[in-house]
Write a protein that binds this ligand. Structure first.
Ligand SMILES: [Zn+2]
Length: 252
């Protein structure tokens, strides 16, 4: 009866509390396990999915038999983009559009290959070049947030953790705000990526680069790629929420 016999019957309760405190000290707190770990799990799943789908559709040649480079050149001509250069870049899935250099960089399995996967990725990067040409505002915002994101993700969590360790609320808040900037970057990346893929499908169709059944393959590759961005944004957001929850717990 009462609380005393109960607590005697649960000798493991303080030990568990101690363990949680210990886990927190190692950066493996309960919020990390519940919020961040599932997001990291989704990221790993998305990485595997995009690699397997890219590999699958890299094996299927397009009926029109044009390469990633030729696709990008054709689509940019069709959309009156003249000042963007197409370059070859090392690695796999390293394809990107660089707005500063006005360069569309295609990886080895995309640049010279005529597969459905290669054409899909080339069209997606062309989608970014078109976004730039039409001043699609989320792209501009995303570019502006790059330095904020770099500083925020590198310094923010450490400042907050230092703040927790030395019990300095100002440091905690500063760390959380800085990290928030990088979360914003990951979130604004989502509409930019979804829009580039939607443009890719549209321009491949209107310029008759691929048939409808070939476009289904492109959709599968680009959807998997989009999932990797969703997972990254979710990981950043959950890490951010975790910091806020830890800060709130410390205040109490
Ligand atoms: Zn993209």
């Amino acid at each position: 009866m009462g609380s005393k016999p109960d607590s005697r019957n649960k000798p493991q309760a303080p030990a568990f509390k101690h363990r949680v405190a210990d886990m927190f000290n190692r950066g493996m707190d309960i919020y990390y396990l519940v919020l961040v770990v599932p997001a990291i799990g989704l990221s790993l799943f998305a990485q595997i999915l995009v690699k397997s789908r890219f590999a699958k559709y890299s094996q299927i040649k397009s009926s029109r038999n044009i390469s990633g480079r030729e696709t990008a050149a054709l689509l940019m001509r069709a959309h009156h983009i003249q000042q963007v250069t197409i370059q070859q870049v090392r690695g796999s899935l390293t394809d990107h559009y660089d707005p500063g250099a006005k360069a569309l960089r295609l990886s080895d399995p995309v640049y010279g290959e005529t597969s459905i996967a290669a054409i899909g990725v080339a069209a997606h990067e062309t989608g970014h070049a078109i976004q730039h040409a039409v001043s699609y505002s989320p792209l501009g915002l995303r570019s502006a947030l790059v330095p904020v994101a770099n500083i925020g993700s590198a310094v923010g969590p450490w400042l907050a953790m230092g703040g927790f360790f030395f019990a300095i609320p100002l440091l905690i808040n500063l760390g959380i705000i800085l990290f928030g900037g990088s979360v914003l970057f990951y979130l604004i990346t989502l509409p930019v990526e979804f829009d580039a893929s939607a443009r890719a499908i549209k321009i491949l169709r209107t310029n008759r680069v691929l048939t409808e059944s070939e476009l289904e393959g492109v959709k599968k590759v680009l959807t998997a790629a989009a999932l990797t961005y969703v997972a990254s944004a979710l990981t950043a957001l959950m890490s951010f929420v975790r910091l806020i929850l830890i800060a709130r717990d410390r205040e109490q």
